[in-house]
Structures are given as C-alpha cells and as structure tokens.
Design a protein around this ligand. Structure first.
Ligand SMILES: [Zn+2]
Length: 352
C-alpha cells in the first residue's frame, strides 16, 4: 500500500489571495477522494517535527524567529513569503509528516508514500524563509534517513523552480545526492550547470537547467540520459522527490510545456530506480504547482506511479514551441546533458 501524509492543519497556513494557498491542497484532496484513493492509501501517523530534528539542518536563531513570527500573529519574511499565525504549527507538522514517511519507509511501513503538505520547503535555507517556503521538508526527510542509518539518500527535485535551500544544505556532502530539473532564469536564479557541489560534495549536486517551453520529451531525455544513470551509480537507499507540478503548461507561475503524464513517467522512473537499489523506497513530497485543475491531476499521476498503475487518460495537449526556439532548446539541453554525462564518465548524447 502507498502511504499518505496529510492533515487539515496544512490548510490553515497562509492567505487566500496568495498563489500558495489552501485551495491547492483542498482541490488535490477532493480529486483523490472522488477517485477513491483515500480508501486505497495508508494514512501514516505523524506529529510535529521536534526541535532537535529541525536543528539537523536549520539554524536555531531562524527557528526561534519563525516560531515568534507566528506567536506575534504573522510576519513578512520576503516580498512573497509571509508567515501567518498558523504557519509555525503547519510548517512543523509538514516537516514532521515528511520525516515520518521516511521513517516508515525505512522501518517496515509503506516503502512508497506521498506527503501532501504545505507550506512547501525546497527554497527554505538553513537560516531563511523564501519562495513560499519556511522549513525544508525534503531536506529534513533525507536527513532523517541518514540519521536513521542510511548511507546514501537521493533527492530528485522536478519542481519547475530550483531548490536552492536543499542544494545549500547538502552542497558540501556526498551522502545526499541532489538532482534538480528546473526552468533557467526563473526564481530563485540559482541552479546553473556549474553548481555541482564543493569539497567532499563535489559531483553530488546535479543541476539540469532547461530553457522555457521545455516539454515532456526534454524531461524524458534528461531522465534517461542523466537522472537515472546518476541514480544507478549512486545507489541510494531511499529517494526523496521534491514534487512540484508547476512545469505543467497550464501553470501560470512558469513557462514550461509539460503535460500531466510526465509526472507519472518521472515518478515511475524513480520507483524503478529505487527498486533496483533502495528496496523500492520513494517518498514524494509536494512542493509547488499552482493550477487548481492540473496540480491534482499531476499529484494523482504520481500516486498512480507509486501504486504501479498507468497514468490518467486525460486530454492534455501541450503547446509546441516555435521551430527556432525548439532548436535552441534542444541544443542547450544536449550541452547540459553532455556536460553531466562527461562528469559521470558516460559517452555523449546524440539527438537525432
Ligand atoms: Zn515551484
């Protein structure tokens, strides 16, 4: 059975007018309920992350300031990242849920889970809230596996934005491989090809920036040529997925051309990689995705992949870029993938 982490408390954080609002989760849960998934998923038990767990990766002063921000009724951390009175409780519970799903995967509970949580986490750095994120759920989940005895954990981040916070936390480490596919030029501006880790961690950060209007084929090629081979070499005992659904062509926060079936395909590829090396352990954690119709479809497609079922059969025609842009997009992709293939000791890619 696939595990589910969800709690109504995740709906309390934030403001209705903000793009990262409770409706995202309400719409997702409504879709899953209607499709009968709630009877077929195992609800995991979880509580808030402990202070000790938060301090694995976050700075004590920052944690204190976040707690106080909620106690004082709210605080604006950046232009687009506001804590409300409910943020602390929701964020600490979201982090605790993600940690619990990882613990379950390692300790004989469901090997595969989805955490439908908010606020999201991958932009949260050790000491800063930004990009709608406060606590780094995916990073804390990966660290929970390491603290629990795993030697190698991979985080694959297919949210359309670069997970700068997650990268920061593991940039100098070789026990957590961070792989991100994202739209270049978008917030937060990090995630270039040259950011590949430092010291012991050199080579254990893999950034795959893609030009706007990249679609399913580009993501598919990036997975088959670099993401999956990198996982094969790293042999993670568990894969954490920073699952944002904002690369969908209908998502107005970004400019990608993906259809909803790519989220099934990417999740399924990660499940097979985990079955070869990590006893099938995959924990999917919700990051972004702002289209209230397509976020739920994408999330259901991830669940279907976790459960070994085919993708939803929906009409979802992604736009095709202008020929001249497509050429530029393909060339940029080949350059990025070949640079990684060379670093991984693999032969170059030749696109037809
Ligand atoms: Zn995003």
């Amino acid at each position: 059975m696939v595990g589910l982490v969800h709690d109504e408390l995740f709906l309390t954080h934030g403001e209705v007018w903000h793009p990262e609002n409770a409706e995202r989760l309400e719409a997702t849960m409504a879709r899953l309920t209607e499709a009968g998934w709630l009877d077929r998923l195992e609800r995991l038990e979880f509580g808030p992350a402990s202070l000790e767990q938060l301090l694995w990766l976050h700075d004590e002063q920052y944690i204190e300031s976040l707690k106080q921000a909620s106690e004082h009724g709210g605080e604006q951390f950046t232009l687009d990242t506001m804590a409300t009175a409910e943020t602390w409780d929701a964020a600490v519970l979201a982090a605790g849920g993600c940690i619990a799903a990882v613990h379950a995967g390692l300790a004989g509970g469901p090997a595969r889970s989805i955490c439908l949580v908010r606020p999201p986490g991958h932009h949260a750095t050790p000491d800063r809230a930004m990009g709608f994120c406060f606590l780094n759920n995916a990073a804390l989940g990966a660290e929970a596996a390491i603290q629990g005895g795993a030697e190698r954990v991979a985080i694959v981040d297919f949210d359309v934005h670069h997970g700068n916070g997650t990268q920061d936390m593991f940039y100098h480490r070789r026990d957590v491989l961070y792989v991100s596919l994202h739209e270049s030029g978008l917030f937060p501006g990090t995630g270039s090809l040259d950011e590949c880790g430092v010291e012991e961690g050199a080579g254990f950060t893999i950034n795959i920036p893609l030009l706007p209007q990249a679609g399913d084929g580009h993501y598919r090629t990036a997975f088959s040529e670099v993401v999956v081979p990198a996982l094969e070499e790293f042999e993670p005992e568990l894969i954490v997925v920073s699952a944002g659904y904002d690369a969908h062509h209908s998502d107005r926060i970004a400019g990608m051309n993906c259809s909803a079936c790519i989220f099934h395909e990417m999740t399924a590829q990660l499940v097979s990689a985990a079955q070869r090396h990590g006893q099938g352990r995959v924990v999917v954690m919700l990051e972004g995705g702002y289209d209230l119709h397509w976020l739920p479809v994408g999330a259901e497609n991830s669940i279907r992949a976790l459960a070994g079922e085919p993708p939803l059969d929906v009409v979802d025609a992604a736009p095709v870029p202008h020929e001249s842009h497509l050429e530029r997009l393909n060339e940029a992709l080949v350059h990025v993938l070949n640079t990684h293939k060379e670093r991984l000791g693999l032969g170059p890619l030749h696109l037809a």
